[in-house]
Design a protein around this ligand. Structure first.
Ligand SMILES: [Zn+2]
Length: 451
């Protein structure tokens, strides 16, 4: 009887309700995320892992029935980067202790385990000269502040740092502000033949303090780093992954739904929440829409971008490659806020009817995860994620706001960006919301009003 009543409820339900019913009965967002995290892994743009992820996402779309799924090349990355499996950091003496570390991407590694005495960086050129013999083969502790993008060497210390790095050292060891290790980096100005050779590594604050205390106490302190950073000869082709369900009445008018497939890759990270979640939710939204049999009036185009972390590069190129059809894009909706549930969106007041009915339906289906539309007179979708590339060209664009228990700053670009941090209940809601919101905008009486 339960099955029959569900069947009856579904056959008379609105399209959006059909999507919700299917999602509640059979939601696979966590399966997609698990595959992405464990079969593919963390995926910086220009890494073999991103290439694998592109193929994986393409195969997923096809397996759902999207025969038009394809890759759109947006650039050649001149030199690829990969973090190999052999990463470790330890203090060897005066006692053994494991440490955690990261380096930025496109930075050199150690070519195997590299041991050396730990010394504290000289504070002046005079001090450098006086300690020169002890710098050879040393790991040098620098107290330069470290931000999300790496160590910040003060202008007046740049020459000194260069001199230290030219003294035959193993590398410079920075300390992060907390137990978080952030990763950033760029291939800009680098090639396979011509790239930095100075090893720079960041350890957690507690690990840096441990090394420094031992050195300051006059103990013979030895550390070993094995940093398995690998350069890959380019050019490496990078692509946006695209699939669409063609509209029944206005096939030329398009709603774009997506997020970015690329990620950072601190040792330990799987790129799970930034933005494996948005990618997996986009895939699941695509599956739910097709599988529930609903037919949107306008085309819904699903796009998984890359190069987001290097500055929205993939979406910027996408918009350039599709200039001629931007006027036909009704809206661009992006999910890139981690594992929390979709709680809100902002935009012009005239957009309220395009969102609030979907949000009301979603709130009814997921009462613990209420959704609200916030009308704004000075709305601006710049920055943050890939919707900004569309917004810059006048396309109505929205970054979905989020709420919930996940501490996003704990995982954001850190070693903790792992599958275990993802919240299944929330992500089911996200995938459903993405499907319902994009479907209802695609099915509205008109395109969304522009500025
Ligand atoms: Zn992101």
């Amino acid at each position: 009887m339960i099955a029959l009543s569900l069947l009856l409820a579904t056959s008379f339900a609105s399209p959006a309700q059909k999507i919700i019913n299917l999602s509640i009965a059979d939601n696979r967002v966590m399966q997609h995320l698990h595959e992405l995290c464990y079969d593919v892994g963390a995926r910086p743009t220009g890494s073999p892992e991103l290439q694998k992820a592109e193929k994986w996402a393409l195969a997923k779309f096809k397996s759902f029935g999207y025969n038009n799924a394809h890759l759109e090349k947006w650039a050649d990355v001149p030199v690829g980067f990969q973090r190999g499996p052999n990463n470790s950091a330890k203090m060897i003496s005066p006692r053994r202790a494991e440490m955690q570390f990261s380096t930025n991407c496109w930075m050199p590694g150690t070519q195997g385990p590299l041991q050396g005495r730990v010394v504290i960086a000289p504070k002046s050129m005079e001090e450098l000269v006086s300690m020169k013999s002890s710098l050879n083969g040393a790991w040098v502790l620098s107290d330069a502040p470290v931000s999300m993008r790496g160590a910040n060497i003060a202008k007046e210390s740049v020459d000194l740092m260069k001199a230290i790095e030219a003294s035959g050292i193993n590398g410079v060891v920075f300390g992060s502000k907390s137990d978080l290790l952030h990763t950033h980096g760029t291939w800009k100005d680098k090639t396979f033949e011509n790239h930095p050779t100075n090893v720079q590594v960041t350890v957690r604050k507690a690990d840096w303090d441990m090394l420094a205390e031992n050195v300051r106490a006059g103990k013979d302190t030895v550390a070993e780093f094995n940093i398995d950073n690998r350069w890959i000869k380019g050019p490496i082709e990078v692509h946006n992954v695209v699939a669409e369900i063609v509209g029944t009445e206005f096939p030329d008018q398009i709603v774009v739904l997506g997020g970015h497939l690329d990620s950072w890759n601190s040792p330990g990270s799987q790129g799970a929440n930034d933005n494996g979640t948005g990618s997996s939710s986009t895939l699941e939204a695509a599956r739910l829409i097709l599988k529930s049999g609903v037919k949107p009036k306008r085309t819904i185009r699903f796009i998984l971008f890359s190069g987001e972390e290097q500055g929205l590069l993939g979406s910027t190129e996408y918009v350039k490659q599709h200039l001629g059809e931007l006027y036909r894009i009704s809206a661009c909706i992006v999910d890139d806020g981690g594992s929390n549930y979709e709680s809100d969106a902002s935009g012009y007041a005239s957009w309220t009817p395009f969102f609030q009915p979907s949000f009301d339906l979603m709130t009814k289906a997921f009462p613990k995860m209420p959704m609200t539309f916030h009308p704004s007179t000075n709305y601006d979708a710049s920055g943050g994620s890939d919707q900004a590339s569309f917004w810059a060209k006048g396309v109505p664009s929205v970054f979905m706001g989020k709420a919930g228990t996940q501490q996003y700053l704990h995982i954001w670009h850190t070693q903790y960006d792992r599958y275990e941090e993802a919240v299944p209940e929330y992500l089911k809601q996200v995938a459903t919301s993405m499907a319902v919101v994009s479907f209802n905008i695609a099915n509205a009486d008109s395109m969304m009003p522009r500025k």
